[in-house]
Unconditional design. Structure first.
Length: 292
């Protein structure tokens, strides 16, 4: 009995230690709430107005919920601005811009990172970044004349310009990300006889998925919402993008404010969906690229 009584009591296993919850920060919560309202309230207003009729959108009723949704506004907007053609050209330009803004800067940044000791690569990178400080208004007239001289005053010329104007910043993003990648993987592939292109395609590029998604989402948003460059470059009005076409039908759309909001919602929905799909990749890419 004494031996049993003197035995130490077995320690109870309560499982993994639970971390205390983070302290509540009223300031951060307030800033996030205000920031969310600044974004969500205009989005709600646009969608609500696009689903109302003229009688339900009088003064003071803009924020009222559209219980009797008028989906016919979207069909009217789709036909009024010839949305199928403009939508198609916007998709083509954005797709080319996304692919170019991912492939070209990533290959350039990888070459610079792995050959940083070579003066040519180092000076080329510095010269490219210096282009970020040239004001856009200085380049407007030269780029118009250049595109016209090369017969690129069309949507494909706009896509090329979207790639060129994003080259410096996107190269900077990929440069910061690639510096964190282990070079041993590339050396191992080189020992197995892989060419530089094969190393980039099969070893490096798959590791760039978070940053590639980040750059791709921002490239899509910038290209899809761009109004100035297509309006300046594209000479054929039948090949204009959706933002330019909407602006050209401004007087017609102003006669029916609900159809106008439906047209704006049609142009806005693809950008919102694309951002919602890629937002977790954006956060991962930015955080990985900022840590060395």
């Amino acid at each position: 009995m004494t031996a049993i009584a003197n035995q130490p009591e077995a320690e109870e296993d309560f499982g993994p230690e639970l971390k205390p919850p983070r302290p509540y920060n009223l300031t951060v919560t307030t800033v996030l709430a205000v920031g969310s309202l600044v974004v969500l309230v205009p989005l709600y207003f646009i969608l609500a107005m696009s689903l109302k009729t003229g009688a339900n959108s009088d003064a003071g009723a803009g924020f009222a919920f559209p219980f009797d949704a008028a989906f016919g506004n979207f069909a009217a907007a789709w036909e009024m601005v010839n949305a199928p053609v403009a939508f198609t050209w916007s998709v083509i330009i954005s797709a080319i811009a996304v692919v170019g803004n991912i492939l070209i800067p990533s290959m350039f940044a990888w070459a610079v990172v792995r050959n940083w000791d070579h003066p040519l690569f180092r000076y080329s990178y510095v010269a490219l970044l210096a282009g970020m400080f040239i004001p856009f208004v200085v380049l407007v007239l030269p780029q118009i004349k250049l595109m016209a001289a090369f017969k690129l005053d069309n949507p494909f010329g706009v896509a090329i310009l979207h790639i060129m104007f994003g080259l410096a910043f996107n190269s900077l993003m990929f440069y910061a990300y690639i510096r964190n990648l282990p070079v041993e993987l590339e050396e191992s592939a080189a020992l197995d006889g892989a060419t530089p292109f094969t190393i980039f395609r099969k070893v490096v590029f798959p590791l760039l998925s978070p940053m590639a998604a980040t750059v791709g989402i921002f490239a899509f948003l910038n290209s899809w919402n761009d109004y100035m460059m297509p309006s300046l470059i594209i000479a054929d009005v039948t090949m204009q993008t959706l933002p330019v076409v909407q602006a050209s039908y401004r007087d017609a759309l102003s006669l029916n404010i609900n159809v106008a909001f439906a047209s704006y919602a049609l142009a806005m929905i693809p950008a919102i969906v694309g951002y919602l799909i890629g937002q977790r990749w954006i956060i991962a890419g930015v955080m990985r690229g900022s840590i060395k």
